[in-house]
Design a protein. Structure first.
Length: 88
């Protein structure tokens, strides 16, 4: 493999990753890579928000107010907390 590194985790975390990987018929490496790819960075969230604002502006002819954005963000955060037990 061309570009590899290692990460240090506790033995209990390593054991949990191994169990999860086995349950999903994959490797710890693939499990960690999938996790990293599935969780957007803050910059990616901001980019998506900018794209959403641009799309709304093109459809509605205006952008949402700061208050409307805050309400939408709160709703999405609450919805995400319900879907992801780790976010609660």
């Amino acid at each position: 493999m061309a570009d590899e590194t290692s990460i240090k985790v506790s033995a209990s975390t390593r054991d949990r990753l191994a169990a999860l990987a086995a349950e999903h018929n994959t490797t710890i490496r693939q499990l960690v890579e999938e996790l990293a790819e599935a969780r957007p960075t803050q910059a990616e969230y901001e980019e998506r928000a900018a794209q959403a604002r641009d799309e709304l502006a093109s459809i509605l002819g205006t952008v949402p107010s700061a208050e409307a954005e805050a309400k939408a963000r709160g709703l999405l955060e609450r919805m995400g907390a319900r879907q992801d037990p780790a976010a609660a």
